[in-house]
Design a protein around this ligand. Structure first.
Ligand code: ATP
Length: 219
């Protein structure tokens, strides 16, 4: 579904991604892990077209939606308006957020509240819900766990797993938190200084010294 080949992305003269290859098959859950500054956000922002690559190729069969790092909600708009904004490119019939409320029943009682008044976990639910309003085939989630309590993260992760299982949604989980990423995704890529330094089944990467080294290198 997603095929990234030899991708190079630069900020001015600084190379943020240096020949990255990455694949996500339809219905697959794949993690992209790496320390601070490894290039994870750069990759997602290139997939979604926010950044233009210097060279390389991105092929995507289907629609991508992104849950951006830091959630990026409209704080002064209601939960419901934030959700509706996620469907701005969809036909009229799909702008109804009912299915998002079915997935996240906690949002029903919050629907008229301003997004800026919600807890971090609630905001992350809205951010995921807003991305789902675009009816994606692939959902890229940038730092699901950032700033959230472990229980809240576990609940959100369970929702993502359910979406994958029940609706076949493919997921690219971009995470600094390797435990979460390896638990949720069967396969992972490890990014260090703009290069993929390890890839394979999460079970194998969990104990890999290369992964530990990638994190130490980023400190
Ligand atoms: P984090 O978890 O901190 O977001 P990351 O793995 O997502 O880290 P990126 O944000 O993609 O990493 O950054 C990759 C590299 O590109 C870093 O060296 C960073 O300093 C640099 N970088 C990121 N954004 C810019 C920018 N707008 N201008 C210049 N350099 C940038």
């Amino acid at each position: 579904m997603l095929e990234v080949r030899d991708l190079v992305v630069r900020y001015g003269t600084a190379t943020a991604l240096d020949g990255v290859d990455l694949d996500v098959a339809a219905g697959e859950m794949v993690a992209l892990v790496g320390a601070n500054g490894a290039g994870k956000s750069t990759l997602v922002n290139t997939l979604s077209g926010i950044l233009r690559p210097a060279s390389g190729r991105v092929r995507l069969d289907g629609r991508l939606a992104q849950v951006p790092e830091g959630r990026q909600l409209f704080a002064a708009l209601s939960v419901e308006d934030n959700l509706r904004l996620g469907a701005w490119r969809n036909q009229r019939s799909r702008r109804d957020p009912t299915r998002i409320y079915e997935l996240f029943p906690d949002l029903v009682r919050l629907r008229s509240q301003l997004a800026g008044s919600l807890s971090g976990g609630q905001q992350q639910m809205v951010a995921v819900g807003r991305a789902l309003m675009a009816d994606p085939d692939l959902l890229a989630v940038d730092e699901l766990s950032l700033g959230l309590a472990p229980l809240v993260v576990r609940d959100l992760a369970a929702h993502l797993a359910e979406l994958n299982r029940d609706r076949g949604l493919a997921l690219l989980l971009i995470e600094q938190e390797t435990t979460l990423a390896f638990d949720l995704c069967s396969r992972a890529y490890v990014l260090e200084a703009g290069r993929v330094v390890a890839t394979g089944p999460s079970a194998e990467l969990r104990a890999s010294p290369t992964v530990a080294a990638a994190y130490l290198g980023g400190l």
